[in-house]
Design a protein around this ligand. Structure first.
Ligand code: AHR
Length: 489
């Protein structure tokens, strides 16, 4: 790989290391919130989970959904009266014990901003503007004073807001056509920004790239909303249903194409409107999701917080997650927000046992490495590595990699997709590398190896298989490995 200090992609937006917490399954109840748990704080939130979320270092958390959002009334989660409601999205019972104030104060404790979503499934402009007034207006109006009466004098000042969730999906409560959604989103956006002009808005793109309306949906929605919103959303989940490892590890190539396609649609509308505004992307749901699909079909309806989407991740999932993370970083000129979906128990890097331990899944570490050290300027690179063809993709590089630098260090993230050792050199043109501060790798596991609450074998280990020769890093990447190499400048 060759990088040059003068050839950059973009400064990375830390919100790319965001996550997502939906009121579903055991994400909230017996995930982050479990009164009576040995580590519960005075409000019932688990300290052990807070600790792990802080360790992951997510700067932004999307909330409260997800499909749940489209039937949710935010008023049910504020004040003293907390009605029990049916959640039609996941066929469960929502007790509303945790609502806006509880979640926002928890988010503050884990050092995360909130990416708040407004329900555009069953509701519309009025609910959305009231929620912005409740959250962000200082005082002297009905909703801002209601917030103060509910115990919070200072406004929450939430900056980033989502205009609904997956509104193109037939499964969505209040699904809409692109025309219907585009008009509603434009008017909602306009009015929300009248209440608070400082907010930023994310409009819904397609639920996934295979949707029959993909591309047409984005174009129509942007035709209506381009001037009113700041980001277009992308969602995508990946899985190894066919148990085909080379193909599975290449799925980040599909993510890259998806990002490039959506960027092209944004720029088409930009050209059509003769606009000088660039539309940025919010990849606000991405992850691996397939292990739990069969189990979930057996769930009895109308339970409170049953286990749903509790994927247990293995070593190959950790490798793909690393490739996906690198892909997001490589596209940092357009992807400004990304949310690993989700955070706790539901397709999550953090798992909890009710009444017991909290533990780190195999996917925890590649994400943690990127969230901790993937900051500063992303470098363009020339990557000259052998490639392979697989079922869905051709010319897949055996190494997926990216380099990021700040004043103090260069950080190289790399996944070796091959089953051989890979001699990997990175020429750091224009830099004066001093020494390797850290080389952490995850390697040497059976690809189906998992972490459990009893044992977490999938964790980074230090490697000394790298050295600096003048301006070049020379490293050996182990077969099927995740690698993070930090070099001081
Ligand atoms: O993250 C799980 C679900 O996936 C979300 O509720 C929905 O938006 C998506 O389909």
């Amino acid at each position: 790989m060759t990088v040059n200090k003068n050839f950059t992609v973009s400064e990375i937006d830390p919100r790319v290391y965001g996550s997502f917490l939906e009121h579903m399954g055991r994400a909230v109840y017996s995930g982050i919130y479990e009164p009576g748990h040995a580590t519960a704080d005075a409000k019932g939130f688990r300290e052990d989970v807070k600790e792990l979320v802080r360790e992951l270092k997510v700067p932004l958390i999307r909330y409260p959904g997800g499909n749940f959002l489209s039937g949710y009334n935010w008023e049910d989660g504020v004040g003293k009266n907390r009605p029990k409601k049916l959640d039609l999205a996941w066929k469960t019972v929502e007790t509303n014990e945790v609502g806006l104030h509880e979640f926002l104060s928890w988010a503050k404790e884990v050092n995360a901003e909130v990416n708040m979503a407004v329900n555009l499934g069953t509701r519309g402009v009025d609910e959305a503007r009231n929620l912005v007034e409740y959250c962000n207006h200082p005082s002297g109006s009905y909703y801002s004073d209601m917030r103060r009466e509910n115990g919070l004098e200072a406004p929450f000042k939430i900056k980033t807001w989502c205009l609904g969730n997956e509104m193109d999906g037939p499964w969505q409560i209040g699904m809409k056509t692109a025309e219907e959604y585009g008009r509603l989103a434009a008017e909602t956006a306009k009015v929300m920004k009248l209440v608070d002009p400082d907010i930023e808005l994310v409009v819904c793109g397609s639920s996934f790239v295979e949707m029959p309306t993909f591309a047409e949906w984005e174009a129509t929605v942007l035709e209506h909303t381009y001037d009113h919103v700041d980001y277009l959303s992308l969602h995508s989940y990946y899985g190894n249903q066919k148990n085909n490892l080379p193909n599975y590890l290449a799925k980040s190539v599909g993510m890259d194409r998806f990002i490039k396609s959506v960027t092209a649609i944004c720029d088409y509308i930009k050209a059509k409107k003769k606009s000088d505004k660039t539309m940025y992307l919010s990849f606000d749901e991405w992850n691996i999701w397939y292990h739990s699909l069969e189990v979930d079909k057996k769930n009895e309806p109308w339970q409170h917080a049953p286990p749903i989407l509790e994927d247990i991740y293995n070593f190959e999932d950790a490798l793909l997650l690393g490739c996906l993370m690198i892909t997001l970083i490589k596209n940092s000129d357009r992807v400004k927000i990304a949310c690993l979906a989700q955070l706790v128990n539901v397709i999550a890097p953090i798992m909890t046992e009710k009444g017991g331990e909290a533990w780190r899944q195999a996917t925890f570490y590649p994400f943690k490495h990127a969230a901790h050290y993937g900051h500063g300027i992303v470098l363009r690179h020339n990557l000259d590595v052998p490639t392979y063809d697989c079922e869905e993709f051709n010319d897949v590089p055996f190494v997926e990699s990216v380099a990021v630098h700040n004043d103090d260090e260069i950080v190289v993230f790399a996944v070796n997709r091959s089953e051989e050792n890979m001699d990997f050199s990175v020429e750091l043109q224009g830099f004066a590398p001093v020494e390797i501060i850290e080389f952490s790798e995850i390697s040497g596991h059976d690809i189906k190896q998992i972490n459990t609450k009893q044992a977490c074998p999938i964790a980074p280990k230090p490697s000394d298989n790298a050295k600096i020769n003048s301006d070049t890093l020379a490293a050996t990447l182990k077969p099927l490995s995740w690698n993070m190499i930090r070099i001081s400048l």
